[in-house]
Design a protein around this ligand. Structure first.
Ligand SMILES: [Zn+2]
Length: 116
């Protein structure tokens, strides 16, 4: 649900309105601090970074690729800024999956020979 400034003011108690009036009459530093912090939080939540090169990805970037992978109860999402980075990400993902498989096999072998 989206709120307007009118909704915000209508929802404030008399004592909070008096505090806000005091803040507004003295440069609105507290309100500015609250608004700045909220904007930073929203921008950080919407920020996308390329999974391969680490560059920021503009939400309007038409050449960006997003892949969703992993088991249904633990989905992971990766976005890459272009085809080259997407290919690099897939190569790294294959290497990572290969390492995981190798470690799992070593764990089974170690368990079977009683070293674990
Ligand atoms: Zn990239």
């Amino acid at each position: 649900m989206e709120y307007t400034v009118d909704d915000l003011v209508d929802g404030l108690s008399y004592s909070h309105l008096l505090r806000m009036q005091f803040d507004l009459n003295h440069g609105a530093l507290h309100l500015k601090k609250l608004v700045d912090a909220r904007i930073r939080m929203l921008e950080a939540a919407n920020r996308k970074v390329c999974a391969a090169c680490g560059n920021d990805i503009d939400s309007e970037n038409a050449s960006a690729y997003t892949v969703v992978f992993g088991p249904s109860d633990f989905r992971k999402k990766a976005t890459c800024c272009g085809m080259d980075c997407f290919e690099e990400f897939i190569v790294k993902l294959k290497q990572y999956e290969g390492i995981k498989t190798t470690l799992a096999k070593q764990d089974v072998i170690a368990t079977n020979i009683g070293t674990k």
